[in-house]
Write a protein that binds this ligand. Structure first.
Ligand SMILES: [Ca+2]
Ligand SMILES: [Ca+2]
Length: 366
């Protein structure tokens, strides 16, 4: 299936620049290109002269990761290389031993042209010893025939293009790395998945020896209500997963993998209620705590179809001393551990939409 482990540093930044992106209209392009020390790809530098392009994103802090994409020309062929390293729950830097996914593919002309479109109108300037800015990049370098070994530091024409570039790279990885028959069998697969979910709901299929009614009997006993079931495509592969709302602990999310029903994720007590959010161009499974005093914690993970975590985002507010149990400008706000302002916190929170049975593309499960 898709997106075998491509990591997600991407989104850390995609989200990060999401906030910056909007206020920067077209004028930004003009600003960048007016600098005489910069050369414009596709104008000053011919696409045919590109020999290599490196995209690297790295986090050496907690939950360390490393993501590299490389486009290059070899023996007249257009090639794409990708490498993902992950050190979950640990500090970096990641090394070769942490590699979770790596591969090289030959690109079609269409794919290479898409790459060319994405880098065109980007700029190249003399390399600086950038030093460590402490963020996760990306660091971008374009090598071309007359770069003199120094005019290689690349910048996309806009943040939006940079985000599109990462999306494009992600799309290149899965198709080659896994499940080649995904596309053609898509809708038949989806119907087969639905049938399995339906059997489960009807108590005709057990999971780990328990029927649906047995698993969710506590909802009726504890909360005197029925679990609500609905379908939503949580891992963005075009096939829906089954979501069962258990009230206080949020959703149990079920997936079908290789024809077998699996529990993808679920709540972990009221301090880690499970939900689904849409935002930042993706769908995320959340664990949140909005119900206890002194904090609002939201942790988002993005899964691929195999249940591999591609990205995590933590957005937290803490205000332990607040007498009215409300945050204010002086509370502690963080995004992936980095301090942010209250305004930034609210902007992030507002950019994610909680998914429930009434959301767009949610489908009732009878
Ligand atoms: Ca899906
Ligand atoms: Ca699925």
């Amino acid at each position: 299936m898709i997106l075998l482990a491509v990591l997600a540093g991407c989104c850390v930044l995609t989200a990060g620049c999401g906030a910056e992106e909007e206020p920067e209209p077209e004028t930004e392009e003009e600003d960048m290109t007016s600098d005489s020390d910069e050369m414009i790809v596709g104008e000053d530098i011919s696409i045919e002269d590109i020999t290599e392009f490196y995209f690297t994103r790295e986090n050496i802090n907690y939950d360390a990761y490393y993501q590299r994409y490389k486009f290059y020309v070899e023996d007249g062929k257009h090639m794409f290389f990708h490498e993902t390293r992950e050190r979950k729950d640990d500090y970096g830097p990641c090394t070769e031993e942490d590699t979770t996914l790596i591969g090289t593919i030959e690109l079609t002309d269409d794919q290479w042209n898409e790459f060319a479109d994405l880098v065109s109108k980007g700029t190249v300037k003399e390399r600086e010893d950038s030093g460590d800015s402490g963020d996760d990049g990306p660091w971008l370098y374009l090598y071309w025939t007359n770069d003199e070994g120094k005019y290689q530091q690349f910048k996309f024409r806009s943040y939006k293009t940079e985000a599109q570039f990462e999306e494009f790279c992600l799309s290149l990885v899965p198709e080659q790395a896994s499940d080649p028959d995904e596309g053609s069998a898509g809708s038949a697969d989806a119907a087969a998945d639905d049938e399995i979910y339906q059997q489960f709901i009807n108590d005709e299929l057990k999971l780990d020896g328990e029927t649906f009614s047995e698993i969710f009997s506590f909802v009726k006993e504890d909360f005197d209500t029925e679990p609500v079931t609905f379908y939503y495509d949580v891992d963005e592969d075009g096939k829906d997963e089954l979501l069962v709302s258990t009230v206080f602990y949020g959703y149990n999310i079920y997936d079908v993998r290789n024809g077998e029903l699996e529990l993808r994720d679920c709540g972990d007590g009221t301090a880690a209620e499970c939900g689904v959010y849409k935002g930042n161009g993706h769908v995320y499974v959340s664990h949140s705590d909005f119900s206890h005093a002194g904090r609002k914690m939201l942790s988002l993970v993005r899964y691929d179809v195999d249940g591999v975590i591609l990205e995590t985002i933590d957005i937290n507010a803490e205000y332990w001393d607040a007498e009215d149990d409300m945050y204010d400008e002086n509370s502690d706000f963080t995004y992936n551990g980095k301090k942010i302002t209250m305004q930034e916190y609210e902007d992030y929170m507002n950019s994610y939409e909680f998914i429930d049975p009434d959301s767009d593309n949610a489908r009732p499960a009878p």
